[in-house]
Design a protein around this ligand. Structure first.
Ligand code: ZN
Length: 212
């Protein structure tokens, strides 16, 4: 895959940090190559923020994190669907996705895997497939949520891309209690995936649509 094929990339994140976790390095690579990258987050999880943080802290943190990746503030879109209610709000979410489709007309969409177990991630993946079925569409990897995952697409990365992913995840001060955001895990996962294809670092994706 040459990422230069794409110039208008859309990342769908059910919750604010999912996109950085699943494809933060890939986003950094696209931005570096001059692609427009739009980040759409569907929840700032106001009810699950740890004590001691403002309820809307994730709205601030996602802005800092996407800036760390190199995404302009105008290309960040944040919605506030309540965590774990996405299946009940399926139709409204689909309507937001269709609006984004007609507004942006992306040539590549990165979304959670259809095999992701989290109900909100599943909803974004299923409705994302409906809204963007005419577009190249890949599922990013969130290993602790994926019951199974087909490593079909490898985006090879340089250290500087993973550095930006790590920097973005560090912007989520309210989420530092989560072990999957740990820097050593993030770096080791990229290293582990890259071994398959004889490279140094990579993120992997499932392929749902490939339109060239
Ligand atoms: Zn999530």
């Amino acid at each position: 895959m040459t990422v230069e094929l794409f110039s208008n990339v859309l990342v769908l994140a059910p919750h604010t940090d999912d996109g950085e976790l699943g494809c933060g390095g890939t986003m950094a690579r696209f931005v570096e190559q001059g692609a427009r990258v739009t980040y759409a987050a569907f929840s700032i999880a106001t009810r699950s923020v740890p004590d001691g943080f403002p309820r809307d802290i994730l709205a601030t943190e996602v802005r800092h994190a996407t800036t760390a990746i190199g995404i302009p503030e105008d290309d960040l879109r944040v919605f506030d669907f309540e965590v774990r209610t996405f299946p009940a709000n399926r139709q409204e979410i689909l309507e937001r996705l269709i609006e984004i489709q007609s507004d942006l007309q992306p040539d590549l969409v990165l979304m959670p895997s259809l095999n992701d177990l989290h109900q909100d991630h599943q909803t974004i993946a299923q409705e994302g497939l409906r809204a963007f079925k005419r577009t190249t569409l890949l599922g990013y990897e969130i290993p602790w949520n994926n019951i199974t995952f087909n490593h079909q697409v490898y985006v090879t990365l340089e250290r500087r891309h993973i550095d930006k992913k790590v920097a973005a995840l560090l912007c989520y001060q309210s989420q530092q209690h989560r072990n999957y955001a740990r820097e050593d895990y993030v770096r080791n996962l990229a290293f582990t995936r890259a071994i398959d294809v004889g490279r140094d670092l990579a993120e992997v994706f499932e392929l749902y649509r490939w339109v060239v």
